[in-house]
Design a protein around this ligand. Structure first.
Ligand code: F0G
Length: 482
């Protein structure tokens, strides 16, 4: 396991890799950070990377690849149809999940599009532990509805429950009884449940959910995008699996689910995505859509180089030294934050450290986007780019009213193998300063609000001149230095 105990008793993360290529980054002075976030419409998605010091927006497509992944890219077999690269990737995936068929797609949301087109009928309901933004958008675009059945504890910011992503079995049974199997498009389980703080799902829960769905004749869909973190938590938090090989856990998950899909920008630390199934009927329906929306069946919109890197990255996911790296660093960041009084989601999950913006900015109304405001304030205070995961990331209700998020989070994603422990300590230190000055942070309002996935490209303005005041305070406290 990639942690080490010092003689003082302190346990810290220990990297089981070394850097062999680096990228220069720089930290702009606070007045320029203020100008840049204004230019970006207070939306961290619209910042330019060159203006960002530590990019903790996402792990998507930003994980460091291994030497073997880069090496594999050179053997990519460029061809529109029948590429050898495809067969190599297919073999790895079929072996990992034990499914018969693999369909490539250019990324995770493309898989969601194809699955939604195949399985979602108008007015049907897709039941899931929790939604992801793009998943919900594709389902609703097809006229379907989303119902979430995560356990109540999963929605509590602070908890000791090891598997907060678990489905509430009573809610599942109730939903099936109420809706009836014909009105349920599928039951979806998302590994490493993203929007509740990268929280895992236990094997015991997956077994129970899929057992109930099988008995009721309802299809199960598994989002494996964050499976690597989830596998680490199954091995480290679920006693039965402590000594079971990661490949055997993966195969058991594969055997339980009717459809598996993933974003290779996360799983496999590369780029691309894909769908797996052994169901012939679903396969043949989905197969028709791949050449139409993605590309021919042996590349599906992916570059062959990325496919080679994905194949190697997936095999590397079977190594505990590899998959433990992010969760251990997330835990280190959460611990640093908590030691300074900053409220974060507990227990620490995968993906990143999630700051509780509702508690942090309890003076900001939810309709003025406390998590969006905190993400903007963080950039002013540190040049660190986080991501809003709260009301701003929701879609408005059909009547135009706000769909208030159940949690207001700022996510500090830790792309795999990118940041060092001193950078983690820097983030925690600047966040602690922000916490002391939190009452200075004010709300945001939209100046340009797209209808669909507004958080990506929407522009906002600060309500009042709090960003200027915050930057001035920062200058007074820290001077012109870092
Ligand atoms: N499912 C989950 C659980 C995800 O986290 C993502 C992407 C997707 C599906 C869609 O995959 O990006 O390849 O189209 N999550 C990224 C994030 C965007 O930042 O968390 P994609």
């Amino acid at each position: 396991m990639a942690t080490v105990k010092f003689r003082s008793g302190e346990r810290i993360p220990l990297e089981m890799h070394r850097a062999r290529m680096v990228q220069k980054i720089s930290l702009l002075p606070v007045d320029e950070r203020l100008a840049k976030i204004r230019e970006a419409g207070f939306n961290t998605f619209l910042l330019k990377n060159r203006d960002v010091f530590l990019d903790m927006l996402t792990d998507s497509g930003t994980n460091v690849m291994s030497d073997n992944q880069f090496a594999a890219m050179f053997q990519a077999d460029d061809s529109y149809a029948g590429s050898e690269t495809f067969f190599r990737l297919e073999k790895v995936l079929v072996d990992l999940f034990g499914k018969k068929h693999f369909l490539p797609a250019h990324q995770g949301r493309a898989c969601e599009h194809i699955i939604a087109r195949t399985l979602v009928k108008p007015d049907s309901t897709a039941i899931m532990n929790y939604h992801f933004t793009t998943t919900k958008a594709h389902i609703t675009l097809m006229g379907g509805k989303v119902e979430e059945i995560i356990g109540d504890e999963g929605m509590k910011v602070q908890s000791k429950l090891p598997f907060k992503g678990n489905v509430d079995i009573d809610k599942l049974k109730e939903a099936i009884a109420r809706l009836g199997k014909d009105n349920i498009s599928f039951v979806r389980i998302e590994a490493g449940t993203n929007l509740v703080g990268g929280q895992p799902v236990s094997m015991a829960n997956m077994r129970e959910v899929t057992g109930i769905c099988k008995a009721a004749g309802i299809k199960t869909v598994f989002d494996a995008s964050l499976l690597a973190d989830n596998l680490y938590f199954i091995k480290s938090r679920e006693k039965e699996f402590e000594k079971i090989d990661i490949i055997d856990i993966t195969r058991e998950i594969g055997s339980m689910m009717d459809v598996i899909y993933f974003s290779a920008r996360k799983l496999g630390s590369s780029r691309g995505g894909g769908i797996l199934t052994s169901n012939e009927e679903m396969f043949s329906r989905m197969r028709e859509l791949v050449p139409l929306y993605e590309g021919f069946l042996t590349y599906g919109g992916m570059s062959v180089r990325d496919m080679e890197a994905t194949a190697v990255g997936l095999i590397e996911t079977l190594d505990m030294d590899v998959i433990s790296q992010t969760p251990i660093f997330v835990e280190a960041l959460c611990n640093e934050m908590q030691a300074k009084g900053v409220p974060v989601v507990t227990p620490p999950g995968g993906l990143g450290c999630h700051v509780d913006a509702a508690a942090f900015c309890d003076h900001i109304d939810q309709e003025e986007y406390p998590a969006g405001a905190l993400a903007a304030a963080l950039f002013i205070a540190s040049g660190v780019r986080g991501m809003e995961r709260g009301t701003l990331s929701e879609q408005r209700n059909p009547d135009g009213s706000e769909q208030l998020a159940e949690m207001e989070l700022v996510r500090l994603a830790l792309p795999r193998r990118v940041y060092t422990l001193s950078q983690i300590k820097f983030v925690a230190d600047r966040f602690a300063w922000l916490y002391e000055n939190r009452k200075m942070i004010g709300g945001l309002r939209f100046t340009d609000e797209p209808k669909l996935l507004r958080f990506f490209i929407g522009r906002l303005d600060a309500i009042g001149d709090w960003p200027e005041k915050l930057a001035k305070q920062f200058e007074e406290d820290f001077g012109e230095s870092l």
